[in-house]
Design a protein around this ligand. Sequence first.
Ligand code: PRX
Length: 687
Amino acid sequence: MKRTSSPPTTSTSKRSKPKTMTHSEELPLPLYNPSTSASLSLYKSAHATSIQNTSAYWSSIASSKLDWFAPFSSVLTGSFIDGSVSWFAGGKLNICHNAIDRYCSPPYNRGNETAIIWEGDEPSSVKRISYRELQLNICRIANGLKSIGVQKGDVVTLYMPMVPELAMTMLACARIGAVHSVIFAGFSADAIADRIQDAKSKWVVTAASGSRGGRNLPLKTICDVAVKKERCVGIVQKVLVFDGAGSNGNEWDQDESLHVRFTDLVSAQRPVCACEWMDAEDPLFILYTSGSTGRPKGLVHTTGGYALYAMHTTANSFGLAQQTGPSKEDDPHRDVYACVADAGWITGHTYIVYGPLLNGLSTFMFESTPMYPDHGRYWDMVQRHKITVFYTAPTAIRSLMRFGDEAPNKYDLSSLKVLGTVGEPINPAAWKWYFDVIGKGKCAVVDTYWQTETGGHVITNLPGVTPMKPGSCTLPCYGIEVVVLDAATGQEINETVAEGVLAIKQPWPGMARTCLGDHQRYLNVYMKPYPGYYFAGDGCRRDEDGFIWITGRVDDVLNVSGHRIGTAEVESALVAHSNVAQAAVVGVPHDIKGQGICCFVTLTEGVPESEDLIKELRNQVRTSIGPFATPDMIVLTAALPMTRSGKIMRRILRKVAAGELDTLGDTTTLADPSVVDTLISKVEALK
Ligand code: PRX
């Protein structure tokens, strides 16, 4: 089999063409096939059953895998058309009970088993927290939250480092029916303020500080700046500050009218707190994500469907089994599962916190970075903790691969069985390095495709079941009916080999139900583009075996190191600067990050171009969004390529930024075609 490293683009589109990653390597790779044709046939028939009668499929799993306080009276109701999807209506449950409490009692009796293995910023700082300890701590936090007035339905914003207290507070919110809104600790004060305002969140939980890669993260200080912004004044009632959590310190200034010393308050609480009975459709959490227009949207995930989907996909995609009793001493099959993402993103919500704990597994929380204290950190952890399932992003693999094989070869990686990747298409060279050098050719590499909106994996190979093709996320998960649509006509392409946009034909339990406070936006973005389908926003290709290859976003959303960033967000950060007249932001292929951010900026009349101004603009984006959105390239220009009707031609900007000058296309329709030559020479000078 031979494939090129640049994934194909979709067919003629009424939207802009997908921005694809191009990597320099081109590798002919074989089909990796540790599975058998029998297992693949079993998958195919089970998958067919799961989508033929999707309600029956999910109903039986929901009844057998989750504890319900009251049974559900219907399974699936509603449709994509009006976004009225509801799963397990009438059913009452609590996800914290399902993830924690039930494992502390018969028949599971896993109270003494490790629930969280936490590794702090320094490799020597490791904590193991049992299910029972976790339960007691969650109850204390839950009581602490209640004692300051948090009620069922309130939105609690969490801005925390990767410490156990983050997972515990998420679960404590779920326990009392509060809705958590976790903000990744790399976001700026402005971004926090926007999210607090949007969710009208009265409560903010943070930590005095965090540590990452040997550096201090002044989280409480950033939160203070956020909550003092005009748009948050009158909304936020209290900021609860953990101190001494994880690797962070406990020195901080307290404003008694605002701050609560949460560590002290929590430790004074009774470690018993009943779980609130939640309706299956009650909101569990909000998570903000970027779209192609406007401000980030708060996607709302609900309790029952999300719990089921997180639990089910964690077990299936990683070849893990729900733990139904105490572990046997020295069990050679004992799994140590480690997802090294950050809980501030959906990957952390589903595959660090909820999915593993709902299965009674131990989960790993990693506070540091793959480069600290050196680039062998991941592999050192695999050896020390005997990790069996390791889940990371292609960007991390690419950045570690640069250092060669010496670091991974220094460590014993023989415990590994399954390697996972998520967040962006994985290029064949990175796949091969992961498979050969990390997995020693004996591990399954699961390429999990999904989104904040989907709640959990929707397309992935299953270890030992689906043959692997490097770069393809392969086949849909159980209960997921994936179709490829012609982007222009919206018609399903029935031929096996197809190229178009990815859509899902039937509701699934883990899907987000709405955008907080703006159901119309939810409908416009996901349901209206192709009526009757959920539109994922990605282009894809389906090959002769029916395997899916994601070709990238077909909207103005960038994927930078697996982080989703809207070009509109970066543009509005730039135009907020008084010297900026206009900004157009496009993605540019980047060897490590997948995509980099390239900004074309015109200045207000009379402002001279300067290096200092470029620095200021870069800083402006960092302050407005966060350091992870720092532009890779800022091109100051007197003019942008515009059509005669005044529309910026982003297609041309993308080509110029990528240096793909042979395929610039027709520039004669521009109001001033000479702008393009100026931009080309400016970009070349910057490279
Ligand atoms: O473009 C797809 C890409 O990441 C987007 C979702 O981003 P986010 O909501 O931040 O969630 C990231 C973690 C699930 C998708 O629309 N994406 C995610 N996983 C893959 C991927 N692209 C290709 N292959 C994947 N495995």
